[in-house]
Design a protein around this ligand. Structure first.
Ligand SMILES: CC(C)(COP(=O)(O)OP(=O)(O)OC[C@H]1O[C@@H](n2cnc3c(N)ncnc32)[C@H](O)[C@@H]1OP(=O)(O)O)[C@@H](O)C(=O)NCCC(=O)NCCS
Length: 190
């Protein structure tokens, strides 16, 4: 029953090969305080502010007001300080290219046993149209295999609607889009 979750899917432990120790040993521990990716996110605060202030981002944000550096800093620090929030930077060739953030929700009636998250995704304006967001959502589905993932797409945000539709999100309660876990993933997580 035990398995090893790899980025390409689950494998049987007996199928694990040999890895030279100087390669592929970095581990992103999203839940651990003082983790290295917190540091990486902090380093990326300025570039994320640039993306957040871009008119193409603000146009479909819940709060369309352009944030000041001070407001952004407070928002950023609060997200990082919240142990339940899972913020990650999407990188392309080692450079920041977007943000994928999960905010926890109460369990939902459609899958009461499953954890639930709201996903927010933002791709750097100059990196859009490259398929980065579809790739990130595919990763998210594997990373949080047992969770219900919920997305809100504001009216008129055609790129976001196309993105989530192609990733298998379907309309549900409260005008939101839902990606449900496979039942087998919920059972395994218990
Ligand atoms: C939505 C967003 C994350 C998509 O990221 P991306 O990496 O550029 O995604 P892609 O370009 O690979 O395309 C996603 C889909 O949207 C479509 N699309 C892209 N721009 C579009 C536009 N202006 N109008 C209509 N569809 C568009 C693409 O064709 C693609 O659909 P397809 O798979 O059917 O071809 C990005 O546009 C963004 O960061 N927007 C601002 C923040 C936002 O709205 N986030 C979503 C709410 S949480």
């Amino acid at each position: 029953m035990a398995y090893v979750q790899t980025v390409l899917g689950r494998i049987d432990p007996s199928d694990l090969g040999v890895t030279l120790p100087h390669e592929h040993t970095q581990c992103a521990l999203w839940h651990v305080e003082n983790r290295w990716d917190y540091w990486q996110l902090t380093r990326d605060e300025a570039v994320i502010l640039d993306w957040q202030r871009d008119p193409t981002t603000r146009r479909f944000a819940r709060n369309p007001a352009v944030p000041s550096a001070e407001e952004h800093h407070r928002w950023f620090a609060a997200r990082l300080a919240d142990p339940d929030c899972l913020p990650t930077v999407i990188t392309l060739d080692g450079a920041p290219a977007g943000v994928l953030r999960l905010d926890p929700l109460e369990p939902l009636p459609r899958a009461p046993q499953a954890p639930a998250f709201e996903v927010s995704i933002l791709v750097a304006p100059q990196r859009r149209g490259l398929g980065i967001a579809p790739e990130a959502l595919g990763f998210l589905r594997r990373w949080q295999a047992a969770a219900v993932i919920v997305a809100e797409v504001l009216p008129g945000n055609e790129a976001s609607a196309a993105l989530f539709r192609a990733a298998g999100y379907r309309p549900g309660d409260a005008g939101l889009l839902y990606s449900d876990p496979a039942q087998s993933a919920i059972a395994l997580s218990r």
